[in-house]
Design a protein around this ligand. Structure first.
Ligand SMILES: Cc1cc2nc3c(=O)[nH]c(=O)nc-3n(C[C@H](O)[C@H](O)[C@H](O)COP(=O)(O)OP(=O)(O)OC[C@H]3O[C@@H](n4cnc5c(N)ncnc54)[C@H](O)[C@@H]3O)c2cc1C
Length: 456
């Protein structure tokens, strides 16, 4: 029998996937595990207390950990191994790190593996010129700066990004930008140095997929103003935050365009695949931590309704089982998406990515919701991390595209396979006729549905 790598960090990774991890990945995954167990989970309340002192600056504890992580070779693990700047993990291997990091909402930041940095760095690594990489990407990779991604707008349906209307107009050696944007990390955080903005540069182009461009806007560009902070279900998401922004005649040099005019959709496609998988794996980490709270509560001898542990009620035993099975099944979905991207690329992997993006946030939110229920009133308070974990799972149903839009895409692609199914069933009918004749049996009426197919 094959030797399967074993370590607490790999406990939930199915043996088939564990076998695919390189020795280097196994070592890094174990380091990330120790990091989160020792430096992050026990420090959750320290970070929250530091944030109370200053909402919009990275807490000193996280800053210190980032320095330590750089020295330990744990920075930027997310960047897949086909980039020359990569520390060398595949998407599958990083996904295993990502689940562990997800156990604490801010832990990815300690390794420079948090959104939107990951997506923005990958975007610049993939599509930026050498000059752009040096100027904008390097400080992100070094952890000196932070950045934001700005696509969504308040007045259009952004899930269909062909609607994006923020205008990018060329004037001589500059682009002039006018419009309004929602989301994108808050300017209140001084670390945010630039926005990667998607806007409409050629509204009259006959091809709606070539009307948009992606540009880099420095935070101090005159005319860029944050008009309000935005909360997500009551959370301010400090220290990063979200805002609503107005762009009024904002001027940037033409060299700030990424890849070229009209190429925003190429970029968006490349950027979003891995980011979606990262969210899903992080959510599994949140789900696993929530589940541990539920296990502890289910066996807490101090709290016995009707004289029994709550884990002694059959309904709760089943709940515990269902949550375990749900988390393990969802992990398979995400690992499959990660491996598909490694083997076939982001575009070919789009069904597997969409499958994870639709199923995981819904499934994990359901698990966390059940955990809250098992914990009773305390589950809804700051006594546990469950409210923030549930909020995270809930918002991923919308961030990076609402699940309806992903379902739409999957459904449309699936309907394109109908012609193949039709052909196959016509083949069954033909073969049935041959077999009926050979065995001197009557032809069944049950193949009538194929008649209807033929008439379509
Ligand atoms: C926490 C958080 C962080 C975010 N961060 C960023 C960021 O950094 N940068 C950024 O640019 N944006 C960000 N977003 C915005 C997010 O990407 C958009 O909200 C999302 O893409 C949906 O766009 P919309 O809000 O315009 O909704 P719409 O496009 O208006 O969609 C609204 C609803 O319409 C329905 N719908 C849409 N399409 C279909 C369909 N095909 N079939 C059936 N029903 C459909 C769905 O119910 C959908 O939820 C963030 C959002 C959240 C919640």
């Amino acid at each position: 029998m094959a030797t399967i790598p074993d370590h607490p960090s790999l406990a939930r990774i199915p043996p088939g996937y564990r076998q695919k991890l390189s020795p280097k990945a196994i070592e890094l995954i174990a380091k990330v595990y120790d990091w989160v167990e020792n430096e992050c989970i026990p420090a959750d309340h320290i970070v929250k207390a530091q944030l109370e002192q200053n909402r919009w600056a990275m807490p000193p504890y996280i800053r210190a950990l980032r320095e330590k992580a750089k020295a330990a070779g744990l920075f930027n693990l997310f960047l897949p191994n086909h980039f020359k700047e990569s520390p060398g993990l595949t998407i599958l291997e990083y996904s295993c790190c990502c689940e562990i990091l997800g156990r604490v909402y801010w832990a990815p930041m300690t390794l420079n593996c948090h959104a939107p940095e990951t997506g923005n760095i990958e975007l610049l690594a993939k599509y930026g010129t050498e000059k752009q990489k040096e100027k904008w990407m390097k400080p992100l990779l070094d952890g000196e700066w932070s950045s934001a991604y700005s696509m969504t707008e308040p007045d259009v349906a952004a899930s269909d990004a062909t609607n994006i209307s923020c205008r990018i107009r060329r004037e001589g050696n500059e682009y002039v930008i006018n419009g309004r944007k929602l989301y994108g990390n808050s300017l209140a955080n001084e670390d945010v140095k630039f926005y990667i903005l998607m806007g409409c540069s050629d509204p009259d182009n006959a091809d709606p997929w070539k009307r948009h461009s992606t540009v880099i806007v420095p935070r101090d560009a005159p005319g860029l103003k944050m008009v309000r902070y935005m909360t997500i279900m009551g959370f301010d998401c400090a220290p990063e935050g979200h805002g609503e922004y107005v762009y009024e005649n904002v001027r940037i040099p033409v060299e700030n365009i990424i890849l070229g005019e009209g190429r925003a959709f190429e970029i968006a496609q490349g950027r979003l695949g891995p980011g979606r998988i990262h969210h899903c794996m992080r959510l599994l980490g949140q789900g696993e931590r929530a589940y541990e709270h539920a296990l502890i509560r289910a066996t807490d001898t101090r709290k016995k309704p009707r004289g029994k542990l709550i884990g002694e009620f059959d309904s709760n035993i089943e709940r515990i089982a269902d949550m375990r099975m749900e988390l393990d099944a969802l992990r398979l979905v995400v690992l499959n998406a990660a491996e598909t991207m490694d083997l076939m690329g982001n575009v070919a992997g789009r069904y597997a990515i969409a499958q994870a993006k639709v199923m995981v946030p819904i499934g994990v939110a359901k698990v966390i919701d059940e955990c809250m229920q098992l914990l009773g009133g305390q589950g809804l308070t700051q006594h546990t991390f469950l409210p923030e974990a549930w909020t995270y799972a809930r918002f991923v149903r919308i961030a990076d595209g609402p699940d309806a839009a992903h379902r739409h895409q999957v459904g449309r692609d699936q309907l394109k396979t109908a012609a193949q199914a039709r052909l196959k069933h016509l083949g069954y009918k033909k073969r049935h006729h041959q077999l009926a004749k050979a065995w001197d049996m009557p032809v069944t009426e049950l193949f009538e549905y194929v008649e209807r197919i033929e008439k379509l």
